[in-house]
Design a protein around this ligand. Structure first.
Ligand code: KIV
Ligand code: ZN
Length: 385
C-alpha cells in the first residue's frame, strides 16, 4: 500500500475561517491533539503575518516532537526569514512557500509576467534552501493555471530545492476527473518529478474538496492537505476525517494508507469545534452526532441483528464509544425492547406490548424519546399494574 502523508492546516487555513480567532493556548492545545492523532505535518500558522502568529508557530515548533511543523511564507525574503526564526527549533523544520500561477492571479494580483513569477519562485526556494532542510512549494490557484506553465515552473523549483510540490484548488473550482488529469499530466511531463512528492490541497466551494483530494491520491498525490471538520477559508478545506476514513474503509480501492491514529478523530473534532466555536452539523460524515445514529425501525432491527447491515464504519474506529439507537416514531419493537433491557428492566411480553403502544403515542408527539421518557413510561406501567 502507498503511504499518504497527512498535512494538517487547521491552524493556518482552518483559522482563516470567518469569525475564528484562536489564542496562543488554544493553538498549542490543538497542536498537541494533532500530534496524538499522528498527522505527519502540522501547518502551525503564517509567522510573518503577525507577532501573535510568529509566537504561536514558534511555541508549537519548539513543543511538538512527534511530527514536522511548518509555516506559510510568501515568496519574499522577510517572510522566509521570519519563518526560519519561528521554525528552526522543530524536529524537521519545513517551509511552505507559495506564489500564484494562474493567469488571473498573475495579472491582477501579482502584476507580474509568467517569466517574472518563475524567477521569483526560483529565487525564493533557493533563498529558503540556505536554511531549511525541507521546502514545500505551492502553486496558488494551480487548478486554474496553464498546465504547461505549471510543468515549467515545477521543474525549476524542484531544481532549486523544493521536495514537495503542492497543487492547490484555491477557489474550489475543479472536479474529481479534472484534478485526476492534472496530477497525471504533471506526473508524466515534469522531467524531475520523481525528486518530489506531489501534494493536493482542495477547497470546498462546490462541495467537492474531499472527492477531489481522493481523486488526486488515485492519480499520484503522496500528500493530502486538509483540516479538522473541514474548516477553512469560505466554504472550508477538505476534511481530514473524511479523507482518512475513506482511505481506511476503501483501502481495497485506493490502495493507500496514512499513519493516523483514527481512534483520536472524534476527540480531535470535538476539541476543534469547542475552541473555534464552529459547530459540527449533526449529519456531518464521521464526526456528526448522527453519523452512527440509527432511527428507522428497519435499520435498528438490522443493526441489532448484525451491525454490518447498515454500518460501514464501526464507531469505535474513530473513537466514538458506541452506535446510538435514537428512539423516535420510526423505531421498531426490537430496538425498544433492547433499550428497556439496557435500562435494567425485564418485562413480560404483555407488558412490553402496552409499553410499546404508549411509547409510539409519545413518539408521535416528540422528535426523540429519551431514556428519561422511557423510565417514566416504565414507572407509570408498574404503578398502574
Ligand atoms: O488555498 C491555497 O491556495 C492556499 C495556499 C496558500 C497553499 O492555502
Ligand atoms: Zn487553502
Amino acid at each position: 500500500m502507498g503511504k499518504i502523508n497527512v498535512f494538517d492546516t487547521t491552524l493556518r487555513d482552518g483559522e482563516q475561517s470567518a469569525g475564528v480567532n484562536l489564542n496562543f493556548e488554544e493553538k498549542l492545545e490543538i497542536a498537541r491533539q494533532l500530534e496524538r492523532l499522528n498527522v505527519d505535518i502540522i501547518e502551525a500558522g503564517f509567522p510573518a503575518s503577525s507577532p501573535g502568529d510568529f509566537r504561536s508557530v514558534k511555541a508549537i515548533a519548539d513543543t511538538i516532537k512527534g511530527c514536522s511543523v511548518t509555516g506559510l511564507s510568501r515568496s519574499v525574503q522577510k517572510d522566509i526569514d521570519a519563518a526560519w526564526e519561528a521554525l528552526k527549533g522543530g524536529v524537521e523544520p519545513r517551509l511552505h512557500v507559495f506564489i500564484a500561477t494562474s493567469p488571473i492571479h498573475m495579472k491582477h494580483k501579482l502584476k507580474k509576467t509568467p517569466d517574472e513569477v518563475v524567477e521569483t519562485a526560483v529565487q525564493s526556494v533557493r533563498y529558503a534552501a540556505r536554511y531549511f532542510p525541507h521546502i514545500q512549494w505551492s502553486a496558488e490557484d494551480a487548478c486554474r493555471s496553464d498546465l504547461d506553465f505549471l510543468v515549467r515552473i515545477i521543474k525549476e523549483v524542484i531544481d532549486a530545492g523544493a521536495s514537495v510540490i503542492n497543487i492547490p484548488d484555491t477557489v474550489g473550482y475543479i472536479t474529481p476527473s479534472e484534478i485526476g488529469e492534472i496530477f497525471s499530466y504533471l506526473r508524466n511531463n515534469v522531467p524531475n518529478i520523481d525528486k518530489a512528492i506531489l501534494s493536493t490541497h482542495c477547497h470546498d466551494d462546490l462541495g467537492m474538496a474531499v472527492a477531489n483530494s481522493l481523486s488526486a491520491v488515485e492519480h499520484g498525490a503522496g500528500q493530502v492537505e486538509c483540516t479538522i471538520n473541514g474548516i477553512g477559508e469560505r466554504a472550508g478545506n477538505a476534511s481530514l476525517e473524511e479523507i482518512a476514513v475513506a482511505l481506511k474503509i476503501r483501502g481495497d480501492y485506493y490502495n493507500a494508507e496514512t499513519r493516523l491514529k483514527l481512534n483520536e478523530i472524534k476527540r480531535t473534532s470535538s476539541l476543534v469545534s469547542k475552541l473555534t466555536g464552529m459547530v459540527v452539523p449533526g449529519n456531518k460524515a464521521i464526526v456528526g452526532a448522527n453519523a452512527f445514529a440509527h432511527e428507522s425501525g428497519i435499520h435498528q432491527d438490522g443493526v441489532l441483528k448484525e451491525k454490518t447491515t447498515y454500518e460501514i464504519i464501526t464507531p469505535e474506529l474513530v473513537g466514538v464509544t458506541s452506535n446510538r439507537m435514537v428512539l423516535g416514531k420510526h423505531s421498531g419493537r426490537h430496538a425498544f425492547k433492547e433499550k428497556v433491557k439496557e435500562l435494567g428492566y425485564n418485562v413480560k411480553e404483555e407488558e412490553l406490548n402496552r409499553l410499546f403502544a404508549a411509547f409510539k403515542d409519545l413518539a408521535d408527539k416528540k422528535k426523540e424519546v429519551t431514556e428519561d421518557d422511557i423510565f417514566a413510561l416504565l414507572t407509570e406501567e408498574r404503578v398502574a399494574s
